[in-house]
Write a protein of this length. Structure first.
Length: 181
């Protein structure tokens, strides 16, 4: 036993070096927030819909709310009602049981609305495809503006997809709607 302790004391703690933080996207936080406010005139409100996923994408979406990504600091927030949402974030292949609920959620979201399909299942139907129990990809049920592939995609890719949807939307329509509210 003493020999093992002596070897540990001689060797010390052996670990790999601490990774350097990837802060290249964090430096643009004020710019991102300013662009969202310029396009929408207010914070971006997102309604997340699980249309039949394995919850892998939901874990990554929840990671967007942690202090590392801090999307609330960028002016992006999640809401409980589609009536308060500007964007739908849809995960999973759309199961037949969720098809009507997804359409109703889409219809309840005020125009102009954006839809982002998250994960391989949301983008292509994934390993489930189309069957008696699955409608397949989200675009088979509602129109999709941006698809974020990955199984599951990392939070930074989901954030890029959200920002791509906002930046590629029609700013004139969004600004007119923001002024009418």
């Amino acid at each position: 036993m003493w020999q093992v302790l002596k070897r540990i004391a001689r060797t010390g703690i052996v670990t790999e070096p601490k990774p350097q933080p990837a802060l290249e996207w964090r430096t643009d936080a004020q710019q991102i927030h300013a662009e969202i406010l310029a396009i929408l005139g207010r914070a971006l409100a997102i309604r997340e819909v699980d249309a039949g996923s394995c919850n892998g994408c939901e874990l990554e979406i929840n990671a967007l709310n942690n202090p590392y990504y801090n999307i609330e600091g960028l002016g992006i927030k999640f809401v409980a009602s589609p009536r308060h949402a500007d964007m739908l974030l849809v995960t999973g292949p759309v199961s037949r049981h969720m098809e009507i609920a997804l359409r109703r959620t889409y219809d309840a979201t005020p125009a102009p609305k954006l839809v982002v399909a998250v994960g391989d299942c949301g983008c292509t139907g994934g390993i489930f495809g189309e069957s008696y129990a699955s409608c397949g990809r989200v675009s088979n049920v509602i129109p999709v503006d941006v698809a974020v592939p990955g199984c599951p995609p990392p939070p930074i890719d989901i954030l890029r997809g959200i920002l791509a949807a906002v930046c590629t939307s029609h700013p004139d329509d969004i600004s007119a709607d923001a002024e009418s509210n």
